[in-house]
Design a protein around this ligand. Structure first.
Ligand code: URA
Length: 281
């Protein structure tokens, strides 16, 4: 039997003891916090909250993150990517063999964050820490990203973070065209589901999706409207760490995000009004 299903049953039994009045809610929460499952393949630790939310502490990390065990997504029933939900995408990405990067990756990195949400950040691809933990931006660039989000009152779990490629290229080399193409359907579907008001591209590979041929030093921080959404190109945090002269640009560009979200929300409102006038609602 799947260990995660067994674990779910164990949690249900603890919750039932509380519902029957055998233990208080505080006792239940305490027991649930200590009831943890170790994933024997990766060494990650999992727990399930009273509100039925799964959390994962990746091997090598000290942080609990909202996640969902792919062992609970039935791989045999996956629909086409264009019809997948966020969990099914994660499952498909973990098992993906669409390009040769699957041969050398430890773990694929589908991306993480709430679905839907206002801001989506799209970076380049996993590095060694990400490959180890199956989480995006957990190394030095991730620390800077958290600081930049903190400056505007956001936490990293408020935004969705993904990459243009889901598996680490050997030696952190640039992604190749066929690798970008292999991941494109996953990212397109994620964007559809997340429905962000603002997409921030971090670095040149994600910038190229919306600003082909542009130079980041010329266009960083300048939003472009596509449909109801604003695309904002920014320097990659790793570039700002390598070249401290770029850091102030990144800080200033991030500070504009709250206003850009409001601006994009007004586009959405315009569309609803237009649709209402056409009796579409
Ligand atoms: N750089 C990226 O572009 N993505 C990551 O996930 C980590 C570093």
């Amino acid at each position: 039997m799947n260990r995660f299903i067994e674990f779910q049953a164990q949690v249900e039994a603890i919750k039932a003891r509380c519902a029957n009045g055998e233990i208080t809610e505080a006792e239940r929460d305490n027991i649930l916090r200590q009831t943890q499952l170790k994933d024997e393949t990766w060494g990650d630790i999992w727990l399930l909250s009273p509100k039925e939310q799964w959390f994962r502490k990746a091997n090598g990390s000290t942080i609990w993150v909202r996640d969902y065990p792919i062992a609970l997504v039935e791989p045999t029933t996956l629909p086409p990517i264009s019809e997948m939900d966020a969990r099914q995408i994660a499952r498909a990405v973990y098992d993906c063999t669409r390009c040769s990067l699957c041969a050398e990756r430890k773990r694929a990195v589908p991306g993480e964050g709430p679905v839907p949400t206002d801001i989506m950040l799209i970076g380049e691809g996993p590095g060694s820490h990400e490959d180890q933990q199956a989480r995006p931006f957990v190394g030095a660039s991730g620390k800077l990203l958290e600081e930049l989000l903190g400056n505007i009152g956001y936490k990293r779990h408020d935004v969705f973070i993904a990459n243009v490629i889901k598996c680490r290229p050997p030696g952190n080399r640039d992604p190749l065209p066929d690798e970008l193409a292999a991941c494109k359907d996953y990212l397109d579907r994620q964007i559809e589901l997340i429905a962000p008001k603002v997409i921030v591209t971090l670095g040149r590979f994600s910038m190229a999706r919306y600003f082909p041929g542009a130079s980041i030093s010329k266009i960083h921080g300048q939003p472009k409207r596509i449909g109801d959404r604003l695309m904002v190109p920014m320097f990659h945090p790793a570039a700002a760490l390598r070249n401290p002269n770029w850091r102030p640009f990144l800080i200033e560009d991030f500070k504009r995000l709250p206003d850009l979200i409001k601006e994009a929300a007004s586009f959405h409102q315009e569309t609803i009004t237009d649709a209402a006038q056409l009796n579409l609602f």
